[in-house]
Design a protein around this ligand. Sequence first.
Ligand code: NAD
Length: 323
Amino acid sequence: MLVLDGKTTAARIRTDIQEAITALRQEGKRAPGLVVLLVGDNPASLVYVRNKEAACQEVGMTSRVLRLPADIAQAALESTIAELNADPEVDGILLQLPLPAGLDAQRCLTCIDPTKDVDGFHPENMGRLVQGLPGLRPCTPAGVMELLRQYAIPLAGKHAVVVGRSTIVGKPMALMLLEAHATVTVCHSRTPDLAAITRQGDILVAAVGSPCLIREGMVAEGAVVVDVGINRTAAGLVGDCDYAALCAKVSAITPVPGGVGPMTIAMLLHNTLTAYYQHTGRTEASCCCSSPCTRTASHPRTAGTTTSASFSPTQNPSTGQMA
Ligand code: NAD
């Protein structure tokens, strides 16, 4: 049984990013810059933001946390985003969610320049993912794909079952697996007889937020299991899968913690570096991994057109359609 070690894999990616930034600095270039917008004082958000800031600093990126009061008006938040959009030193803008009550998160996300949308949540980037076009991809599913790639887990022709259909994890996860030529089934809270479907998965991705929802009888012998869930319980941090029970049955599995979580942060750094490359006209954009945002050429808003090399052989370069 193979443990898909996100902690070690992410550390390797961070080292590659750090080396790329050191090289840029030696050329006299500015460092890539990320701004995290933190509205209010949600304690969980504070921890996440601190972790992101520390990760940026570790690799040599400029990172700034902009703390805004919980009672900020929607218009004021949107104009702050507009200022960051116009700031040439800012490559990535991350709006920490959830926002306090009364603020419209979707409207704010839509205000972020898609080329600075390092979370990949802007409707334009989501649309690009749907169409198989270049764009910044959501960090968590991109991190899962990179982890699977680094462990050479075959996806083409496999049946991938995704449990969860959120906009930030489940849906983009399903699209990325589809892009990798898996046959994808998405399950959710209204799916009857979940186990009957999860048992069919060669690859099973759990992104629910329900401790140990996926038990031993719910997975196929030899399946590859990716546990995205993060649940704080009296027994500590656990995923959506019963890790100990599944280990005896599956061929590979991600631990919690130390699986998908570190990969998510690595992909945030990767997206920020990719955005920097685009903003500074460096279209080679090869830093560390083959996540779609690296493989793909520059975003049409910031630089020329995309190259056919950006697409997998079965994709039509002009439409992004897969055969
Ligand atoms: P969400 O609450 O937005 O979505 C949960 C999804 O699970 C929904 O689509 C829902 O339909 C489905 N669901 C709920 N109960 C179900 C059931 N009994 N059977 C089948 N499906 C069910 O959550 P999210 O933002 O997608 O996050 C999911 C989990 O992943 C959470 O634990 C979250 O903390 C974690 N997460 C981890 C990372 C990371 O970096 N590791 C990143 C994002 C989210």
